[in-house]
Design a protein around this ligand. Structure first.
Ligand code: NAD
Ligand code: MG
Length: 295
């Protein structure tokens, strides 16, 4: 790697982003530029050999980066995604299989409690076990004025971002053995809530409280639970209403590192938290924020 590409300011895309908009949940294969989820850039080192992982939101963005890294580290991976995202999901399955691992595709809506249970059972049955839940899926829709924030949106955001964590965890605990891990995905928004993300930021705080309490509850079973808190990362979420369209060109420029992160820049943290390298880490929040702080 050249000296220039090691510089965090310039290592990944750091230009203005072209304005673009898709309907949620969106397809990352249609984004410009296409996010880097480690398809070519992530290299594995057998850190998760033989493990069985379930990743929600595994079709695109941060979840896709985690799923790809897990496979390249030697794990079999089931991914969940919304049925509209089949195209992105099939790409991920191909990459997992190319890494020599088993891919299981489980489309479905996480705001449905019965589906969450079915998803976990299917992941366990098709993978032949379950060692990890990586809960990445999320909804973010910016609304400038609370008077325009509908109860329907508030409810959906909480169902997808928070309720599904309860439902999925309850379904999985019967399968997870000592040494298993749960990883949830919060945000810098839990610590520095934006003015137009009231519902979203509230869910991201709830995820931290849920995960820390859960970690204490399940420590005696030998299961660890930790949180990843990303800063601005170039993913479909942002161009599907997560940011106002006008904010897209400058997205991420406000951070000390002056650019948005790429999903692959979170891969190492998910792998670390899923592997036994982090055996003394639980109830912890790992920020990957370009310098924006998670305290
Ligand atoms: P993304 O759009 O790639 O991922 C979000 C995923 O959520 C979608 O791919 C979709 O599969 C899933 N999803 C949404 N609604 C669903 C539903 N009803 N049923 C099933 N799946 C559903 O975007 P991303 O940025 O990679 O988001 C992943 C996580 O990272 C989210 O929890 C988000 O809050 C968090 N996050 C993102 C950023 C960022 O700047 N991109 C910053 C902080 C936190
Ligand atoms: Mg997606």
């Amino acid at each position: 790697m050249s000296k220039q590409t090691c510089n965090p300011l310039t290592k990944y895309y750091h230009d203005k982003f072209p304005k673009q908009k898709q309907a949620a949940p969106g397809l990352q294969c249609e984004m410009d530029p296409v996010p880097d989820c480690g398809e070519k850039s992530y290299q594995g080192h057998q850190r998760l050999e033989g493990k069985k992982m379930l990743v929600t939101g595994g079709d695109s963005g941060i979840g896709r980066a985690a799923a790809i890294a897990y496979a390249k580290e030697g794990a079999d991976v089931a991914i969940n995604y919304h049925p509209d995202e089949q195209k992105d999901a099939e790409d991920v399955a191909k990459i997992i299989e190319k890494a020599g691992r088993k891919a299981v595709l489980i489309p479905g809506d996480l705001s449905d409690e019965a589906f969450c249970k079915k998803m976990v059972d299917e992941a366990h049955n098709k993978l032949g076990g379950l060692d990890n839940l990586t809960l990445v899926a999320g909804k973010q829709t910016s609304v400038a004025d609370i008077m325009d924030l509908t109860t329907e949106q508030i409810r959906k955001t909480f169902e997808i971002n928070v309720f599904s964590l309860f439902w999925t965890t309850k379904a999985a605990l019967g399968y997870l053995k000592p040494g298993s891990t749960i990883i949830t995905t919060s945000s810098v928004q839990a610590f520095q809530p934006g003015a137009s993300l009231l519902d979203y930021a509230a869910t991201k705080s709830a995820i931290i409280a849920f995960t820390k309490g859960l970690a204490k509850q399940i420590a005696s079973k030998g299961i660890r639970a930790n949180i990843v808190a990303p800063g601005p990362v170039w993913t479909p979420l942002q161009i599907c209403g997560g940011q106002p369209s006008d904010a897209i060109p400058e997205f991420g420029k406000e951070t000390p590192l002056k650019r948005a992160g790429q999903p692959v820049e979170l891969s190492g943290v998910y792998v670390h938290l899923a592997s036994s390298e982090s055996s003394y880490t639980t109830a912890e929040t790992y920020g990957v924020t370009g310098g924006e702080h998670t305290n």
